[in-house]
Design a protein around this ligand. Structure first.
Ligand SMILES: *[C@@H]1O[C@H](CO)[C@@H](O)[C@H](O)[C@H]1NC(C)=O
Length: 199
């Protein structure tokens, strides 16, 4: 079993916050006049420790190498529609049947090499077709020691008020799957490095 611990913590606000406002000039209607405020945005994140140097993990998350690590285990196919992996790159993600969406396009929005942080937005289809204003994925890599790091995914989303029920489309599981795939890939690489005799 994997010794890696996956922490999931999320601030998942899709409950209906009900605030009762006093109606000073219409006391009779007061009990009927509850102002309902629906909070339609949220954040969800998960992180895990990876037994590889931060730069090695970042080198996967920051580049198109990520595609070969997650296809075909997690995605059926990922097509590069535009770009070379930097800001502006557009990818078409094709899912296996059973996933909530058959495909959607995402666009790399921001890459910070120094902080080892990358943001991707859903660009066409998927969440944008079921009432979301935005759906953003952020990958962060933080060094822990010379030989280990923390990888973290954060989902940030905002849904239109009348589509709030569709927030059930949000799942962090596939992203945890991606982190595990990167971790396994790096662990295999570390082992083969250790087994290479010095020449
Ligand atoms: C919620 O998602 C369904 C697809 O499952 C879609 O048909 C519907 O339009 C969405 N609702 C809203 C209000 O956007």
């Amino acid at each position: 079993m994997s010794p890696l611990k996956v922490l999931v913590y999320g601030l998942f606000i899709f409950t209906y916050a009900v605030a009762c406002k006093a109606q000073p000039h219409n006391l009779a209607a007061q009990s009927e006049q509850a102002a309902i405020k629906v909070i339609t945005s949220g954040e969800l994140s998960a992180e895990m420790e990876v037994k590889a140097p931060a730069r090695e993990a970042w080198d996967i998350f920051a580049t198109l190498k990520l595609i070969d690590v997650v296809v075909p285990s997690i995605f059926k196919e990922i097509k590069v529609l535009e770009g070379d992996g930097g800001v502006g790159t557009i990818l078409d993600l094709i899912f296996y049947s059973g996933a909530p969406f058959s495909s959607y396009e995402e666009r790399i929005h921001k890459v910070d090499e120094r902080k080892m942080s990358k943001e991707i937005d859903v660009y066409r289809g998927g969440f944008l077709e079921v009432g979301f204003n935005m759906f953003r994925i952020r990958w962060d890599v933080e060094p822990k020691s010379k030989t280990s790091c923390i990888t973290k995914v954060t989902l940030e989303f905002d849904v239109k008020e009348d589509s709030v029920a569709n927030i059930s489309y949000v799942s962090i599981q596939p992203f945890i799957g991606m982190m595990k795939a990167v971790s396994n890939y790096l662990a295999k690489n570390q082992r083969s490095l250790q087994h290479t005799p010095n020449v």
